[in-house]
Design a protein around this ligand. Sequence first.
Ligand SMILES: [Zn+2]
Length: 76
Amino acid sequence: MNCYLCGIEAEKRESAQGGKVVICRDCGEYVISDVVLRQLASKPLNFSKMREDLHHQRQSNATSLAQINSETAVWA
Ligand SMILES: [Zn+2]
């Protein structure tokens, strides 16, 4: 599969909490929720703002994976 943010080849795993875990060498590792995945079919994420947000999430909470969910998603 390709990364939902940058579009390059990335690894995808099922997440225990639902959604998908994406491991991208460019964007890092993040969880994307099923709701956001469905919404992605009709609208794109704001790539640069979303990456910034993931970065901030990693800085403020290093123990859990950065999340793209209904609360954190930044749409273009
Ligand atoms: Zn990426």
